[in-house]
Design a protein around this ligand. Structure first.
Ligand SMILES: [Ca+2]
Ligand SMILES: [Ca+2]
Length: 238
């Protein structure tokens, strides 16, 4: 009598990608991307198990529809007459492309220093048009990146300030990010000097300083919203 061995096919997928992947909780789903993964197994007339693994990846977003590299490794384990075949697939997609002029700082983000001075609201709109937002600083590390982009050119730009993504336009002294989160919850909350924020010029007839900026020393400052200074946008593609 023929000794049948039970073959179990296990498929493990490791997602080394930044696009969505519905089968792995380590990669949160994004709106306009889809992934379909199917396995069809059959036994042919000679007794061989044929398992076909098919991956379909589609997206409306050109940036995330980039080609994927799929690496597959197979291993076999035998235990008490049961063979386990394990297929391990690693899916690798290149990082999404940021808009023109954005610099990639690995593990931190994509940033663009706009050197042409704008008012804060104009700056905010320009960042949005580029698919980003005025930068929100979440760590000392991120702050250093921004400082390294801005400080070396600040003298040429004739300013020590660049607009970033916080304000106290709703209530004086209550600083919020552009996503309405308290500024002191972002992970970076260091003012440029002990005299800041000062709401300079604020009185009954003048709003003072209600828009966020970064100083060349890396610290935060409130600045007059209607003044024009350079600004820094961020694209969150990690
Ligand atoms: Ca203010
Ligand atoms: Ca100030």
């Amino acid at each position: 009598m023929q000794n049948f061995k039970r073959v179990v096919l296990e498929v493990i997928l490791l997602c080394a990608c930044s696009t969505s992947f519905v089968y792995s909780q380590s990669c949160p789903a994004q709106k306009q991307s889809s992934l379909k993964f199917t396995i069809n197994s059959r036994r042919n007339q000679t007794g061989h198990w044929i398992s076909q693994v098919k991956l379909e990846h589609g997206s409306n977003d050109q940036n995330s529809a980039s080609p994927w590299t799929v690496q597959v490794e197979q291993s076999t384990k035998s235990c008490e007459g049961q063979d386990t075949v394990q297929l391990e697939a690693t899916l690798i997609s290149p990082p999404p492309k940021a808009g023109p002029g954005y610099e990639l700082h690995k593990g931190i983000g994509y940033y663009k220093l706009h050197k042409e001075p704008k008012k804060w609201t104009e700056a905010r709109q320009i960042c949005q048009q580029e698919g980003g937002h005025l930068v929100i600083i979440n760590s000392e590390e991120e702050d250093k990146v921004l400082q390294s982009m801005f400080a070396p050119v600040a003298e040429k730009l004739k300013t020590v300030w660049a607009f970033i993504g916080f304000h106290d336009r709703y209530t004086e002294g209550q600083y919020l990010t552009i996503f309405d989160e308290p500024l002191n919850s972002t992970g970076f909350y260091r003012w440029s000097s002990s005299g800041q924020p000062d709401n300079y010029g604020g009185n009954a007839t003048h709003p003072g300083e209600d828009c966020g900026s970064i100083h060349i020393n890396g610290g935060l400052n409130d600045l007059y919203c209607e003044g024009k200074v350079p600004f820094i946008c961020e694209q969150e593609l990690w």
